[in-house]
Design a protein around this ligand. Structure first.
Ligand code: CDV
Length: 315
């Protein structure tokens, strides 16, 4: 028995500040068509995949900020992507900036959705770990204002049962900085997730500690490979890459097996598709053995993880 699904990591090259959503959606559709010819059942796009990475600029007025957000999904410009997905019977994950009208008012989130091969939204995730800063910081080569423009996601890390390529599976989502945190992968793992999708925009230059710039690729793979292995799940990590508005973004979009092995990776920093046949049943090799949670976890000793934010150091 196996549950093999063919998945595509649909990396995007840079999106210019002036590029329209219509133009970007045409690029997404192009990648989706290529994925179809390569037998994919599902493709994964990056974080904030419809526009340039706008948190690199300080916008003084709410109207200038809201320009980058979607009020509807699908909306007038994104409907074409949903239509194509339905036509091709291709599921997808898409990251975008979301304005949500909720019972207590208007909220801004860095969001990802999982869409079925029928074109229906079957899952939503709102980014929890928001990096960067709230105020304009002139010393930086570029801003990273995620903490200003987005609120912490209010959905936690939900897991979704969905059908992909004719197989039922359990899927989870995360976004960019989330992939560096073991808590992200573990909370998904504890819900039995078999495949997690993670879009990202990662500048090569890390302004606070530029001595680490050369480690960006290592620090990309290290936590995703660990997260896949330690939770017995597939991870599909997908970049927006290349020189975007003079900011170099990491590529290295990849598909990681539950053993922690990278089984497919993009080799450019442009629009590129990397694909792999992923057997969801392979998760059992890890979930039933070395990381059999029910057998081996000792949660009475992990309370600090959920009860404290900062470190509690000994006196
Ligand atoms: N979009 C991101 O979350 N980027 C962060 C950078 C700022 C470190 C990341 O973790 O890749």
């Amino acid at each position: 028995m196996s549950r093999k699904i063919i998945v595509g990591a649909a990396q995007l090259g840079p999106i210019a500040r002036e590029e329209t959503r219509r133009s970007v959606v045409a690029r997404l559709v192009e990648l989706m068509r290529e994925a179809k010819t390569r037998g994919c059942h599902f493709i994964v796009y990056p974080e904030l995949a419809l526009t340039t990475f706008f948190p690199r600029w300080y916008f003084p007025t709410p109207a200038e900020v809201d320009f980058w957000f979607e009020r509807e999904m699908p909306g007038p410009e994104t409907q074409a992507l949903f239509d194509e997905a339905k036509r091709l019977e291709m599921g997808f994950y898409l990251g975008y900036a979301e304005i949500a009208e909720e019972s207590d008012g208007t909220h801004h989130y860095n969001t990802a959705i999982m869409v079925s091969a029928k074109g229906d939204i079957v899952g939503k995730y709102r980014k929890v770990h928001l990096p960067g800063h709230r105020e304009y910081e002139p010393w930086r080569a570029f801003q990273h204002l995620e903490k200003r423009y987005f609120e912490c996601g209010n959905l936690g890390f939900p897991a979704y049962r969905a059908q992909v390529g004719g197989h039922n599976g359990i899927f989870g989502m995360a976004l960019c900085n989330d992939r560096r945190w073991p808590e992200t992968h573990r909370v998904l793992g504890l819900q039995g997730v078999e495949m997690s999708f993670i879009g990202y925009n990662t500048p090569i230059h890390y302004p606070q500690v530029p001595e680490h710039d050369h480690l960006q690729a290592f620090h990309n793979l290290l936590p995703m490979q660990a997260g896949a292995y330690q939770n017995g799940m597939w991870i599909v990590g997908v970049a927006k890459a290349g020189k975007e508005e003079n900011c170099d973004l990491l590529g290295q979009s990849c598909i990681i097996a539950p053993t922690g092995e990278v089984v497919a990776m993009c080799s450019t920093i442009g629009d590129e598709l990397a694909t792999a046949s992923c057997d969801l049943d392979r998760c059992k090799e890890i979930k039933d053995n070395v990381f059999n949670f029910a057998l081996h976890r000792e949660p009475q000793y992990y309370r600090l993880i959920a009860e404290t934010k900062g470190a509690v150091v000994p006196r």
